[in-house]
Design a protein around this ligand. Structure first.
Ligand SMILES: Nc1nc2c(c(=O)[nH]1)N[C@H]1C(S)=C(S)[C@@H](COP(=O)(O)OP(=O)(O)OC[C@H]3O[C@@H](n4cnc5c(=O)[nH]c(N)nc54)[C@H](O)[C@@H]3O)O[C@H]1N2
Ligand SMILES: Nc1nc2c(c(=O)[nH]1)N[C@H]1C(S)=C(S)[C@@H](COP(=O)(O)OP(=O)(O)OC[C@H]3O[C@@H](n4cnc5c(=O)[nH]c(N)nc54)[C@H](O)[C@@H]3O)O[C@H]1N2
Ligand SMILES: [Mo]
Length: 782
């Protein structure tokens, strides 16, 4: 990123605001605004991104689909594409949607369309696609996120909310001023604080931690990676996936030494007695002592005992990173973290208590804005059918089957059309070979994306979207003080169109155009969203034109928050939204579900993918598939910062030198990372700061099958989701478990396959093809 002047036009990403130099329709340089004191290196990924060769230039349809009509097929991902004109695309897509709705009903459209798309309130792809599909008569939707699948279900049941744990978290300022000890399960990584959903304009975490340390604050980091904390800390390099055992060991020490706060547990919690019985081994004969925890986690018992005493001796925040719940039994870590914090009795006191996600995202620790944000109205979904978001392959592979979710018995619908705008399942979903087989069962896959992602290459109908830098929009993020105007920086690339325009044309063709657009142009929508929002505020803001001319608007925020302070001050007036109105250390409701993988109180379950289990005999390395430091997920993987991180063109895999020596590996070697689900190549980086027998391969390298026709193909580029297990956290939440997987690593000795991930597929341009009308009648349904 350059540090030059800042008179250039401005826009915003999820990872920061920027001024752009633009030439020949593309971004040539980016500069962070002065008010962002710790700008993200991810901004550099924007350079050259508008006209990159991986852009989708025109509407495209898979040749096999065009020639044979919709239907299940294994050809997705290896077939070539044929370009269509926009009128042809609208006709073809509208006809197919009509066919699916008429023949199978709206439930047969899966429109969950999970993904981060881009910052900007109006052109937010999910809002657009959901508004469109609702007006079409509805669609099967998804609940919760890959980010917080387990938390989103367990925490409302035991503390009455999950959202407010982040939105109204104890602020960085309060931590800097009051906290003595931050005990961070999963670290408090600065790399992840680059990001906030909806855009972020300031990155205060680094500076807040510096103030906290300057005042005498200390960090204990429980993590397999040293650099999950930048700067000094006590590093406990635990075996991955054993945090709940560690927390139980700490809890056991507190009870044994009478250090737990009995009054807090009595007054503000329910069910502690049942939990304590388990902790002491009254139910199963196993006391969860520091020795017990040491044996599981590899952290010495004396270290754990000393830590428990230290936590009780001063003002302590115990924070659990989001990664811990993106694993099998992921409900347990945040629930147990809350329980341990409750035992310390500091919840609701300044600088003490519980945190969830400091260092997972920019949001925790930042003050919330005091008002709602402008949004695109979406209306109701006439279809009630949903899945937990990470059950997408299960749904496609098991139509009509029943499954358990959060105390309900639900049925998987029979999906015929999968519609995606603003996400990349080939980035986010586990077990890509299985995902490919699941997608092969539907009639039609539709994808809107600016780029030829693997999801686009595996679609039947590919709709070229603009990037946020080719359209006017404005931002809004609940823990960011600044609304930013996002004027277009460049004209749309080739034939790319705003998703809104695509949906408007489709809606007109299908007879509900007026309802979709409300008769407004895109510009009028921006103004309408702003002015209706402004009218509801209890403070005054400039007119839309003034805001647009100025480029930003600062909103009032709530400073100095302490999580759950109102509840602590007056638990009767601020009852939690749980059955008891208190923190539920034992939940009768959850116990009543009778799930084998989520009991009525937090407990340690031994996962399949961990170093202490039998599977490790065959696959002896624990792979952490964490968030990349060099990009947001798969976005702009072809960009500068992301490319600079690659090793021999592959995603870097970090490992301890001992594990490399054992395998005859040198830095820079290309290795095959594999297990019984799949394999990918990666480039070796050695690091003493990685716990032995742990390897780290971030998510986000675009899936790149050496043989695109083979769902089990080696990925040449390093996408860890060819390895991960597609299994939910538990019957309670069915959250994503992609964070952990056991693997083996060996030197790759074959001829190195080229990385083709960012190359477009084979495409027949319009001029070269026979004129094709709408596709022939669909094949016989399965
Ligand atoms: N193994 C493993 N897997 C994981 C995780 C993990 O820790 N381990 N983490 C999970 C988590 S937390 C998450 S949130 C997910 C993220 O998964 P996703 O959110 O699906 O990943 P992104 O790469 O952000 O995908 C966004 C897509 O939207 C496109 N896009 C951007 N702007 C627009 C637009 O205006 N219109 C349209 N139509 N498209 C647009 C981008 O080009 C990109 O392809 O991954 C999950 N997957
Ligand atoms: N740069 C960047 N930042 C991001 C994102 C991105 O793609 N890029 N994605 C954003 C999104 S959508 C989300 S949801 C958040 C996710 O935030 P997180 O889920 O917290 O992020 P991760 O990077 O997956 O994990 C954080 C750290 O947890 C540690 N860890 C993993 N497993 C264990 C374990 O079993 N025990 C312990 N103690 N530690 C463990 C790993 O060392 C890892 O570096 O990140 C956000 N921030
Ligand atoms: Mo996420």
């Amino acid at each position: 990123m350059s540090a030059r002047g800042n008179t250039a036009p401005m826009s915003l990403t999820h990872w920061g605001a920027f001024h752009a130099d633009v030439a020949d329709g593309d971004i040539t340089a980016v500069t962070a605004p002065a008010y962002d004191t710790d700008p993200s290196p991810l901004l550099d990924n924007l350079v050259g991104s508008i006209r990159h060769r991986s852009r989708v230039a025109a509407p495209a349809v898979r040749r096999g689909w065009l020639e044979h009509g919709p239907g299940p097929t294994g050809a997705r991902g290896s077939d070539e594409f044929v370009e269509l004109s926009w009128p042809e695309l609208t006709e073809v897509l509208a006809t197919e949607l009509r066919r699916v709705v008429d023949r199978y009903g709206n439930e047969a459209i899966y429109g969950g369309s999970y993904g981060w798309s881009s910052a900007g309130r109006f052109h937010h792809a999910q809002s657009q696609v959901h508004r469109f599909l609702k007006l079409l008569g509805g669609y099967t939707f998804s609940r919760h996120s890959y980010s917080l699948g387990a938390t989103g279900v367990i925490m409302p049941r035991v503390v009455g909310t999950h959202d407010n744990l982040f939105k109204r978290s104890t602020s960085w300022d309060v931590i800097a001023e009051h906290t003595d000890l931050l005990v961070c399960f999963g670290g408090v990584g600065l790399k992840n604080t680059a990001i906030n959903d909806g855009g972020t304009t300031a990155h205060p975490a680094r500076e807040a931690l510096a103030r906290f340390r300057a005042r005498g604050g200390h960090i204990v980091s429980v993590s397999p990676l040293r650099d999950d904390v930048v700067g000094p800390c006590d590093w406990l390099a635990a075996v991955p996936g054993t945090d709940v055992a560690i927390m139980l060991g700490l809890a056991h020490t507190l009870v044994s030494e009478g250090l737990h706060d009995k009054e807090f547990l009595r007054e503000f919690c329910t069910g502690y007695d049942v939990f304590e019985g388990h902790l002491l081994g009254h139910d199963d004969g196993v006391p969860k002592s520091a020795e017990w925890a040491a044996q599981i986690s590899g952290v010495p018992a004396d270290t754990l005992r000393a830590l428990a005493r230290r936590m009780a001796a001063g003002r302590t925040i115990l924070t659990v990173s989001w990664s811990l719940q993106r694993t099998r039994y992921g409900e347990q870590a945040p629930w147990m973290g809350l329980t341990l914090a409750a035992m310390l009795g500091q919840i609701g006191l300044p600088g003490g208590g519980f945190g969830h996600g400091y260092g997972s995202m920019n949001e925790p620790g930042l003050p919330p804005v005091r008002c709602r944000l402008p949004r695109l109205p979406q209306g109701p979904n006439p279809v009630q059918t949903f899945i937990p978001v990470a059950a997408v392959s299960d749904m496609l592979l098991h139509p009509g089957e029943m499954f358990e979710y959060n105390g309900q018995r639900l049925r998987y619908p029979d999906i015929r059309c999968v519609y995606w705008a603003g996400g990349n399942p080939f980035h986010h979903h586990q077990n890509i070979p299985r995902l490919r087989r699941a997608l092969s069962r539907v009639d039609t896959v539709v994808v809107h994306d600016p780029y030829w992602t693997a999801m686009a290459k595996h679609a039947d109908i590919v709709v070229p979207s603009t990037t946020p830098y080719e359209r006017d929009d404005f931002s809004g993020s609940r823990n960011d003080p600044r609304l930013v105007a996002m004027p277009a920086l460049a004209p749309p690339y080739a034939q790319a169109r705003n998703d809104h325009r695509t949906f408007a044309a489709l809606a007109h063709h299908l007879g509900f155009g007026e309802a979709f657009t409300d008769g407004r142009t895109e510009r009028e929508w921006l103004e309408h969203m702003y002015t209706t929002w402004a009218a509801e505020l209890d403070f005054s803001v400039p007119t839309f034109d003034e805001f647009w001319a100025r480029g930003h608007l600062d909103l009032p925020v709530e400073e100095g928050l302490t999580l759950l302070s109102e509840f602590r001050a007056d638990p009767a007036a601020h009852r939690l939204a749980t059955p008891s109105g208190r923190i539920e250390i034992h939940s009768d409701t959850i116990a009543g579900f009778g799930y084998a993988d989520c009991a009525g109180h937090p407990r340690w379950y031994e996962p399949a993918e961990w170093l202490g289990g039998p599977r490790a005999a065959e696959f002896p390395l624990h792979l952490l598939a964490n968030q990349p430091a060099s990009r947001l997920h798969s976005q702009l993987d072809a960009g500068r910062t992301s490319q600079a991180s690659k090793v021999a063109g592959r995603e870097p895999i970090r490992m301890h030198p001992e594990d490399a020596t054992e395998r005859g590996l040198e830095p820079g070697d290309v290795v095959r990372v594999f297990n019984d689900r799949g394999a990918c190549l990666a480039g070796v980086v050695l690091d003493e700061g990685v716990r032995p027998r742990v390897v780290q391969l971030a998510t986000g390298a675009w899936y790149d099958p050496v043989d695109p026709a083979d769902p089990d193909s080696l990925c040449a580029h390093g996408n860890p989701n060819v390895l991960t297990d597609d299994v939910g956290t538990s019957a309670l939440a069915h959250g994503c478990t992609g964070a952990h997987v056991l693997v083996q690593v060996e030197k790759y000795t074959g001829t190195l396959p080229p990385v083709r991930a960012h190359e477009p597929p084979r495409i027949t341009a319009r001029a070269d093809r026979r004129e094709t009308a709408a596709p022939p009648d669909p094949r016989t349904p399965r």
